[in-house]
Design a protein around this ligand. Structure first.
Ligand SMILES: [Zn+2]
Length: 502
């Protein structure tokens, strides 16, 4: 049977410096979604990558006495190492310097030109070198770039324009009617607010002075504006060659994760490119907030940056993934701190899940096989209710709610142990004892499935402790959700501390 496909993307990251926690946040989120969808048995394509062209990269490379390609190769390597460390299960890492990508960009520009959506002009404006974009006076804060607090330069040059203005009405209609879905609701309202009150201007899509970029196919003096180049990755990453009649089986994206700072690019410019190509729009653009550290924006100049590697050194890769999503609703800004992370780790993972596992395994130790005797209806009902809530939360990308369901089931198991007192049963009621251990082990198997998208390595380790390992992984979640689906457990005799206290 042909599997349903699911296409999820992160933004491609601008590789002018090493990855920071914000890029980790987007990427882990997309990975959680990809793993959850694979659990459902879907044929998932998960795309991430690097945005490598533009003036800023060329300047930084020069500062380091390197060729641009040499420089981006180095930075891309740091991204790939970090994604390996975090078990990011991407299907493809696209680079905008890939020849195939460059060809697709050129092809798409030719299509747009044939459709008379591109014209020659000249642009004068205020340009932020850091953002690689022009700003209107209105957008500035104290006459400086609102994101970089730096002075802008005045640029005038020949360039090509995309008739973005032609897409104002169609975009308003598509977004309002939900055909171009943007979530959370407040982000949809934000972009509609902009579209309904301001005139959408045509946008310069080439640069004359920037040499480090994709050449405009009909004018070798010009290179493609980095944002147009970058957005096309979502098409070229699927191996798409530019024929609107032959898109990939994964098209359109089911879910595109972006940060709130790039909302306009991913609705207006991206929307316009797709509409021009006359191919289906993404099913969902999901916009997340920023991470702040103890109430402040993390920035190198403030010296309050948490390096991703540092978090992983302290908590491990899986717990880092968990902690980034357990506090806040995905979509809102979240204010993190190391002390919050320590508290949450100890409360929810060391004392919570970790403790439940070690209590259960200690009781089971040396007792041989753990077999199903009779199905416990109360447990069955509880677990199926948890699965319903969990799935609904995950489908809505409400990761913190899904983790609350996971924690609620742990609490249920702990109460069950306290009530049943298996250590007493062991002395007087062997059958009763075995039933309790079976129920707990089976509950841990379910918990482990719920946590798998967040903590793939730990989940694997725990499945092995339960004597399941690979066979469990090969199942889809639908089968795994059945209570008493595994009838006999051969629990490992080797007890490991899965989440040591920190
Ligand atoms: Zn800027």
């Amino acid at each position: 049977m042909k599997k349903d496909t699911f296409y999820v993307t992160t933004p491609i990251y601008y590789v002018n410096s090493k990855p920071h926690l914000g890029t980790v946040y987007s990427t882990v989120a997309a990975d959680i979604i990809a793993r959850f969808k694979r659990m459902q048995g879907k044929d998932v394509f998960f795309l991430t990558g690097s945005d490598e062209h533009g003036e800023k990269v060329a300047l930084t490379a020069k500062k380091h006495n390197k060729e641009p390609k040499e420089w981006v190769d180095e930075i891309v390597a740091t991204y790939k190492l970090l994604w390996d460390r975090l078990n990011i299960s991407y299907n493809k890492f696209i680079r905008t310097t890939d020849k195939e990508h460059e060809k697709t960009v050129a092809k798409i520009l030719e299509i747009l030109k044939e459709k008379n959506l591109i014209y020659e002009g000249s642009y004068t404006g205020l340009y932020c070198l850091e953002c690689e974009r022009f700003y209107t006076k209105k957008e500035l804060v104290d006459n400086k770039c609102p994101f970089h607090q730096k002075d802008l330069v005045n640029l005038k040059e020949k360039c090509y324009f995309l008739k973005l203005s032609a897409f104002q009405k169609p975009l308003i209609k598509l977004i309002e009617e939900g055909e171009f879905r943007i979530e959370p609701e407040k982000r949809k309202n934000e972009i509609l607010g902009f579209l309904t009150t301001e005139r959408l201007e045509d946008v310069a899509i080439s640069r004359e002075k920037v040499k480090w970029g994709v050449q405009i196919p009909w004018d070798r003096e010009q290179t493609v504006y980095v944002w147009v180049d970058a957005l096309i990755n979502y098409l070229s990453g699927l191996g798409w060659k530019g024929d609107p009649k032959k898109t990939s089986k994964y098209w359109p994206p089911d879910c595109q994760i972006i940060g709130k700072d790039i909302l306009r690019f991913h609705t207006l410019l991206w929307g316009a490119i797709i509409l021009s190509l006359e191919i289906p729009l993404p099913k969902l653009i999901f916009v997340h907030g920023f991470l702040t550290l103890e109430g402040q924006k993390m920035s190198k100049s403030l010296g309050n940056v948490i390096e991703p590697d540092k978090l992983i050194d302290i908590f491990g890769s899986d717990a880092t993934r968990y902690l980034l999503f357990s506090f806040f609703s995905f979509g809102e800004d979240c204010d993190i701190s190391l002390s919050k992370f320590y508290d949450e780790y100890n409360a929810k993972l060391a004392n919570g899940y970790g403790n439940l596992i070690s209590r259960t395994l200690t009781l089971a130790l040396g007792k041989g096989e753990i077999k199903l005797k009779k199905v416990d209806k109360k447990f069955e009902k509880k677990v199926s209710a948890c699965w319903r809530d969990y799935d609904a939360s995950m489908e809505g990308l409400k990761f913190n709610q899904a983790l609350e369901v996971f924690q609620a089931l742990i609490a249920f198991c702990n109460e069950y142990i306290d009530k049943k007192k298996p250590w007493e049963l062991l002395k007087k009621d062997k059958e009763g004892f075995e039933e309790v251990i079976y129920n707990l082990t089976e509950a841990i198997r379910h918990l482990n499935w719920m946590i798998l998208p967040f903590m793939p390595e730990k989940a694997n380790q725990i499945f092995e402790l339960l004597g399941l390992g690979k066979t469990e992984y090969e199942k889809s979640q639908e089968l795994a959700k059945e209570w008493a689906e595994v009838k006999v457990y051969k629990i490992s005799e080797k007890i490991e501390r899965i989440f040591p206290r920190l």
